[in-house]
Design a protein around this ligand. Structure first.
Ligand code: NAD
Length: 240
């Protein structure tokens, strides 16, 4: 029987690439998103991957969304990729409480919501793969990103704790920490800053979506069963 995978923020950018890579590898995939209905519809039409809209920062919405995904795919979730994320960059001395709370809520609380709701069925079935998308800036910090860096670093502690809790149940929990990748998120960075970031990347360029997707695919594999609690950096050597 085909394994099922759910990718949050899975209709564009890194998440879109992850959904397609899993789909191509033979998994039954569901892609969650919020906003951007047109992008999601286009993605569904082009890939055949069903899309589901809900806000991952809201626990009750996650509950309903997951139920809907399971009914549609006809099973439970074997592979969960927590990818949805946003930035609201601002120096801390000017940051408002809303932008702090929103980034923590969408980038970190969402990981609790999704894992809390899906882990019981993984434990029952003694199998699961959870892959959380962190960031190089969760490892090293970044000016203007105290909210984002805190959320992405929080994901790493969460990943390790849940990996320990789940290790005896056939469930692996890992994090991927991408460096800079060309997507809508990095499109917002001014050109001159992007050029200066590139000089800090030994590989000499931003990463490609497929390079992150391939790492997720590797961790999702049944044969990756001895890797848990790990943080895989995919950053062109930017931060070691
Ligand atoms: P993106 O902006 O292209 O896509 C983000 C996705 O998240 C979208 O599909 C959006 O619908 C979804 N989303 C946002 N808020 C949501 C919510 N409340 N509920 C459900 N879905 C929601 O971003 P991206 O660049 O592809 O980034 C994907 C992930 O990778 C993020 O977690 C991001 O922090 C991380 N990341 C990106 C980079 C990069 O350089 N692009 C680097 C490191 C880490």
């Amino acid at each position: 029987m085909k394994r099922t995978a759910l990718v949050t923020g899975g209709t564009r950018g890194i998440g879109g690439g992850v959904s397609m890579a899993l789909n191509d590898a033979g998994y039954l995939v569901a892609a969650n998103y919020q906003n951007g209905v047109e992008t999601a519809e286009k993605f569904q039409n082009e890939t055949g991957i069903p899309t589901f809209s809900w806000d991952v920062s809201d626990y009750q919405s996650c509950e309903k969304g997951i139920l809907n995904v399971c009914e549609t795919l006809g099973g439970t979730i074997d592979i969960l990729v927590n990818n949805a994320g946003i930035t609201r960059d601002c120096m801390l001395h000017r940051m408002n409480p809303e932008d702090w709370a929103k980034v923590i809520s969408i980038n970190l609380n969402s990981v609790f919501n999704m894992c809390r709701l899906i882990i019981p069925s993984m434990r029952d079935r003694q199998f699961g793969r959870i892959i959380n998308i962190s960031s190089v800036n969760g490892l090293k910090g970044q000016v203007g990103q105290s909210n984002y860096s805190a959320a992405k670093a929080g994901i790493l502690g969460f990943t390790k704790a849940l990996a320990l809790e789940s290790a005896s149940k056939g469930i692996t929990v890992n994090a991927v920490a991408p460096g800079y990748v060309s997507t809508d998120m990095t499109e917002a960075i001014p050109h001159n800053i992007k050029e200066s970031i590139k000089t800090q990347i030994p590989v000499g360029r931003f990463g490609k979506i497929e390079e992150i997707a391939n790492t997720v695919l590797f961790l999702a594999d049944e044969k990756s069963s001895f890797i848990t609690g790990a943080v895989l950096s995919v950053n062109g050597g930017q931060y070691l």
